[in-house]
Design a protein around this ligand. Structure first.
Ligand code: GYE
Length: 335
């Protein structure tokens, strides 16, 4: 009986020790909006992870694509005295003032996804997001190599680039990568370049107008899958066959793009993972334990998926990657 009592006391002590050690945290997240499947998966991953973590409380704000809403949200987070701020900016510029206010309030800032251009002038504790230049480079390099494999590098191949939200880190970086890779494949000719704002509806509208105004389109480079999927609807409505009459390369690698590739209506998607939750969780846990991160942006490892696999393409950083057949891994996809 006495032994049992001592054991019970030890259990009580152990539980209370754990309770004292784990610090309760309020973590605020200023999200851009819900423009794409990528964004929905990103929100679910980050919010879901924080909400599931014992002792962590989430304060979430959806800015509906408006910079002024994000600025308001950040100021609210400061007033509330949250313990961490997670931030991704709808565009790159215009954050200097409000992020300096976050610094003055001494709230640890974690930069996610689209980095602000003032990153060099502010303090932040960690940064995590896609390598947008590399993704853009891969999109065009995949198309170049694929066309070569079809023996079409002797043609003048007409390429349209559908860009994301103008002035966003993802659009700026992917456009830089797209254009750098175009230089490596002189048979690829830029026929048009326009924003489809990362949404399905605008992707469809931009493709409709291109199909009316341009003589010939051989390749569509869409800076996200949602715009590619919208464009596919426009291509079908015009009586053309997507994936054949027009080669379509997207970005993100969302499930709907995998379905389109397996159905033969889309050719390739360059991965950009939205599953940030586990990384954010480990950053915060490690920072709480006293670890310091460098200011360098941590990029996740990402791949390229297409119809048949086996296309070898050079990366912009001297490395290379081999495409993976989408149908082989579709069942493992998490978003
Ligand atoms: O590719 C797109 C989204 O910033 C990486 O934003 C993100 C991009 C993503 O709307 O689908």
């Amino acid at each position: 009986m006495k032994k049992l009592f001592v054991f019970a006391m030890l259990v009580v002590l152990a539980i209370s020790c754990v309770a004292v050690e784990a610090k309760d945290l309020t973590i605020a997240f200023s999200q851009i909006g819900q423009e794409s499947d990528w964004r929905t998966a990103n929100t679910d991953s980050v919010n879901g992870t924080i909400e599931a973590h014992e002792g962590w409380t989430l304060v979430y704000d959806d800015a509906q694509q408006k910079q002024e809403n994000q600025i308001k949200a950040l100021r609210n987070f400061i007033t509330q005295g949250v313990d961490y701020i997670l931030f991704t900016g709808v565009v790159e510029t215009g954050w200097d003032e409000v992020l300096k206010e976050v610094n003055e309030a001494e709230i640890p800032l974690i930069l996610l996804d689209r980095m602000p251009s003032c990153a060099d002038q502010i303090d932040y504790v960690a940064a995590f997001g896609g390598d947008f230049v590399k993704e853009g480079y891969r999109q065009v390099a995949w198309a170049g190599e694929y066309l070569k494999s079809l023996g079409r590098d002797g043609e003048d191949v007409q390429v349209v680039i559908m860009e994301g939200t103008t002035g966003s880190g993802a659009q700026v970086g992917r456009t830089e990568g797209n254009l750098a890779a175009m230089e490596q494949y002189p048979f690829l000719k830029l026929a048009a370049q326009q924003s489809g704002n990362f949404t399905r509806a605008e992707g469809q509208a931009v493709m409709e107008s291109w199909l009316k105004s341009l003589d010939k389109i051989d390749v569509l480079i869409a800076q996200n899958d949602d715009m590619a999927l919208g464009a596919i609807d426009a291509i079908k409505a015009a009586g053309l066959v997507p994936g054949k009459d027009i080669i379509i390369v997207g970005c993100d690698s969302v499930k709907a793009a995998f379905d389109a590739i397996v159905a033969g209506e889309m050719n390739c998607t360059v991965e950009c993972t939205p599953l940030y939750g586990p990384t954010v969780e480990s950053f915060i846990e490690r920072i709480e334990a006293g670890e310091q991160f460098s200011k360098e942006i941590v990029h996740p490892e990402e791949f390229v998926y297409d119809m048949d696999g086996g296309i070898v393409l050079a990366d912009n950083d001297g490395g290379s990657t081999t495409s993976i057949k989408a149908a082989d891994v579709i069942d493992e996809r998490q978003y």
